[in-house]
Design a protein around this ligand. Structure first.
Ligand code: GLU
Length: 517
């Protein structure tokens, strides 16, 4: 039986998504949140959102609210968070500052950590002096620490007085010289590191704030986190976390980790430029891109449905072993398993992302998308008065729409008569016989009391036979008369939907215009 399941039997599953409120939430971040959420919900556990805001220099006002808005849009509902509350708060690390100091002090007492008083200049000097072609960026590690100004090299008296004088200092972990650090990752299997190659990371900064390394371990412990799924970029920090677990809480209590594969662009790593091309973050924040001064568009603004977005994210690095591609959140909760997350990076393909959206638009009933499309129409100055008419229109055109904004072009002619016509298509087909045909058609339709798709089609075809004209050419012309262009569902369905008077009026107006082509 895989390790996860043994664990599940004993304890309530508790997972966390731990974003730093430093800017937009991107694909990788939401996918991490989603995998944590799916795993928790599948096993009847809790999904916690913890705000990791200890790096005050990177703090962006509004970013926390934005994170919660994004999660809500995606349908990822936290059980506990700074805004949803819970029994393990506070859920913002900046509000837990005093807790971390206690643990940092415990580490120092047990000689697993030390105070370092080096000034920025002294650190810079060390880096310049030790820099070699083989070691271009020397680290503060076991090779270096004994040459620096810290509580390992200074006498206890000196340390005491420096502390008493309020000399700026940090607390660093003392990485063991020669220890194999290993753990079992739920995706990567057994992972090991040589402790001698890991630097003495800062745990508590000069301002008394913890670094991510200390805070993440302390909080995962205090919040009783059982499983921690995070991006692969954190794998290199894992040895520091393993050692902190060992020193503070016992390695056997450590959450089970899974480091999720990176999301790659078509050409490899997903670059910032790919970001602009693919329209992530999830949705726009109120900021403008400093380079272009434009508002950054996200998936939401591009017209993705949240259902499609979480579907495409879920399968970006995971599958259920079948050919199935379309999953609802409900099915994902049922089918998700962390063991089936791929080891290798997942390639993000924007065209495929659009395919998912198209599939979801097709799958949704009109009522599920009408609010979004209504908003689009209203933004363009078209007011939607009759909801039942609107839904009929959406049903007719939704299979032709990939992104929500496509609905405008695909449906506007149901609300406004065309002002321009596809002249290039009409000109070679228009002649006296056609003019005569459409004048007669308008008259015949005017007599018809039962204006429905079948009758319109019958009258249209009977007249074509009578006048000896191929119905195919006529249908194209009718479509352009009603729509302005060659897009849209069957012309008879369009006529039926806009109604008799409007159909006749459009045929008559177009007939006059086509004469001038
Ligand atoms: N605060 C980290 C981040 O922003 C979280 C890493 C973790 O989940 O351990 O990605």
């Amino acid at each position: 039986m895989p390790a996860t399941y043994l664990y599940l039997m004993n304890e309530k599953i508790r997972v966390r998504f731990a974003p730093s409120p430093t800017g937009g939430l991107h694909l990788g971040g939401v996918r991490t949140a989603l995998y944590n959420y799916l795993f928790a919900k599948k096993h009847g556990g809790d999904f916690i959102v913890r705000i990791e805001d200890t790096d005050q220099t990177r703090f962006v006002p509004g970013a926390e609210q934005y994170l919660f808005d994004c999660l809500e849009w995606c349908g990822i509902k936290p059980d506990e968070s700074p805004v949803h509350s819970g029994d393990f708060g506070p859920y913002r690390q900046s509000e837990r500052k005093s807790t971390y100091r206690t643990y940092a002090e415990q580490l120092i007492e047990n000689e697993f950590a030390y105070y370092a008083f080096d000034t920025p200049e002294e650190l810079e000097k060390m880096r310049t002096q030790l820099k070699t072609p083989e070691n271009p960026s020397p680290q503060y590690d076991r090779m270096v620490r004994m040459q620096m100004k810290n509580s390992l090299t200074l006498s206890p008296g000196e340390v005491k007085s420096l502390l008493a004088n309020g000399t700026p200092h940090v607390t660093r972990i003392k990485m063991p010289a020669d220890e194999k650090i290993s753990f079992t990752d739920l995706i990567h299997g057994e992972v090991s590191f040589d402790s001698g190659l890991v630097d003495d990371k800062v745990l508590l900064k000069a301002d008394g704030m913890p670094t991510y390394h200390l805070a993440v371990v302390v909080d995962d412990h205090l919040m009783k986190i059982t499983h921690a799924f995070r991006g692969e970029e954190w794998l290199s920090s894992a040895p520091v976390h393993v050692m902190l677990w060992k020193y503070l809480f016992g390695i056997e209590n450590m959450p089970q980790w899974a480091h999720l594969p990176l999301i790659l662009g078509p050409s490899g790593k997903l670059s910032k430029r790919d970001g602009a091309t693919y329209g992530f973050p999830v949705f726009a924040m109120n900021w403008t891109d400093p380079k272009t001064n434009e508002l950054v568009e996200g998936f939401k603004e591009k017209g993705f449905l949240p259902e499609a977005f979480i579907n495409l994210l879920a399968v970006l690095g995971w599958n259920d072993g079948s050919e199935q591609e379309i999953f609802s959140m409900h099915e994902l909760v049922e089918k998700f398993s962390i063991e089936r997350v791929h080891k290798g990076g997942a390639k993000f393909d924007f065209e495929k992302a659009k395919w998912y959206n198209h599939e979801w638009i097709k799958k949704m009933p009109a009522s599920g998308i009408s609010t979004l499309v209504k908003k689009l129409f209203e933004l363009k100055g078209v007011s939607v008065k009759d909801p039942s008419y609107f839904n009929t229109v959406l049903e007719l055109v939704k299979d032709r729409c990939t992104l929500i904004p496509d609905f405008y072009e695909q449906a506007i002619y149901f609300f406004k008569e065309p002002l321009v016509y596809d002249e290039v298509s009409i000109k070679p087909k228009w002649d006296e016989a056609k003019k005569d045909y459409f004048e007669s058609l308008a008259a015949i339709l005017g007599q018809e009391d039962n204006f429905n798709v079948e009758n319109i089609e019958l009258l249209f075809k009977t007249l074509a036979t009578e006048k000896n004209i191929k119905p195919g050419e006529l249908q194209m012309i009718l479509r352009v008369m009603l729509v302005g262009s060659k897009i849209g569902p069957a012309a008879f369905a369009i006529a039926n939907t806009i109604g008799k008077a409007e159909t006749i009026s459009r045929i008559e107006k177009a007939t006059i215009r086509f004469e001038s082509f």
